[in-house]
Design a protein around this ligand. Structure first.
Ligand code: PLP
Length: 397
């Protein structure tokens, strides 16, 4: 059994704050402070450029990729770190369409994160030749998978509502139709059990600053199924994905397996923080995380519905059909969220009207759930959210 009191003690959370936004940016793992400091002073400071070899920096994208692989049902050697998630989406989808050269359609849904859709739009514009992005409603994805589809590009957990796609069923359907399945695990990795190998997914990508607590702008990951890693062609053909980067050949030759999905120089200080953040995952069972997350989300929903009648549930009620977040709609959701944040309950807002709350059992328990609902109820009953300064939109919502 996972000891959640022990995991909670490994995070730096300010007094007086109930942090329900780990689905967007995880809090600071205490271990990351020392690891980043050591990387800066001992490795960068003393080793200078030798650190690439002496501290092993050059292989961190692979070794840290292996640590993430364990959390998403992927074998060692199938995941590599680097770049941002948007770039990794582009890279995965670009490689996927090349595996189905006779087809022209990338299928996605309107619940996908806009950056994924934007990257696919950019890709089809660059490819020309009749490529197009087809976007359907999330519920219509299964029926839209047919022999015209080259690639399905789906995000397992809807960023706004937490609605969960059935990865195994949709991947099987894609394969039946001869399509390649690309999955975005931004809101899945560290939130719920993922079984990439079991689902036979072709490509997967995800970020590490949410449930994996790697810090703001922490690097993304990409998974390529081992059966494809040696044949997938990297469109972003950077030197560190080359077969022999330090041969400095004038022509690109893709590196072995997942190495070819590397692009350029890895962000070592950010990787140091992420590496330390992953320590906590050595102490937890994903099944315990899932059980506890569903229980916290269910409790939150029941309490809010009983005590805050002006809010409407936007997330699936069935915990098995939801990620690790809960959203409620309110016509003035933005202002309500700012009032909550002002009182130490930190969630976020997603347009047009969603108050979004993430539940991460590593450091959130029942006391935090009840504490957050008490503040929410008070704000709504008093109407104290209804002030001009709470309506003033910040750059990041
Ligand atoms: C599902 C999903 N895909 C892509 C992105 C974009 O990630 P990045 O800003 O790291 O490129 C996000 C960001 O939150 C996301 O939630």
């Amino acid at each position: 059994m996972t000891d959640f009191a022990k995991t909670h003690a490994q995070f730096r959370l300010p007094d007086g704050v109930i942090y329900l936004d780990g689905n967007s940016l995880g809090p600071l793992p205490i271990a990351a402070e020392a690891k980043v400091a050591r990387t800066i002073t001992e490795e960068w400071g003393k080793e200078l450029i030798r650190g690439w070899n002496t501290a092993g920096w050059i292989s961190w994208p692979r070794s840290i990729g292996d640590r993430i692989a364990r959390l998403i049902g992927a074998p060692a050697g199938s995941v590599v770190m680097g770049d941002t998630l948007s770039i990794k989406v582009f890279q995965a989808v670009a490689a996927a369409v090349k595996l189905r050269p006779e087809r022209r359609v990338i299928l996605s849904d309107s619940g996908n994160f806009p950056s994924d859709l934007y990257m696919a739009e950019g890709l089809v514009a660059a490819l020309g030749q009749g490529y197009r992005l087809k976007v359907v409603e999330p519920e219509a994805v299964e029926d839209a998978i047919d022999e015209t589809i080259a690639v399905t590009m789906l995000t397992e957990v809807d960023y706004r509502t937490g609605r969960l796609h059935d990865m195994a069923a949709l991947t099987a359907k894609a394969h039946e139709a001869g399509a390649i399945a690309v999955w975005d695990l931004a809101h899945s990795a560290g939130a719920l059990p993922v079984d990439l190998l079991g689902c036979d997914a072709d490509f997967a990508v995800g970020c590490t600053y949410k449930y994996l607590n790697g810090g703001p702008g922490a690097p993304a990951f990409i998974y390529v199924a081992p059966r494809l890693a040696g044949i997938a062609q990297p469109i972003l053909s950077g030197w560190l994905g080359h077969e022999a980067p330090f041969a400095f050949d004038l022509n690109y030759r893709a590196g072995p397996g997942i190495e070819r999905m590397r692009v350029g120089t890895p962000p070592i200080i950010a990787l140091a923080a992420l590496d330390a953040a992953l320590d906590v995952w050595d102490q937890v069972q994903m099944a315990d995380i899932r059980r506890q997350s569903i229980s916290l989300c269910d409790r939150f929903i029941a309490q809010v519905e009983a005590r805050c009648p002006s809010l409407t549930l936007a997330s699936p009620r069935d915990g098995t059909k939801r990620g690790s977040q809960v959203s409620f709609r309110h016509p003035e959701g933005y202002a309500v969220m700012q009032a909550l944040i002002d009182r130490g309950v930190i969630g976020d807002f997603r347009a047009p009207d969603c108050l979004r709350f993430g539940f991460t059992p590593l450091y959130i328990g029942e006391a935090e759930v009840l504490g957050a609902v008490a503040v929410l109820e008070r704000i709504l009953n008093e109407g104290s959210w209804d002030q001009p300064h709470y309506r003033k939109k910040a750059a990041v919502t």
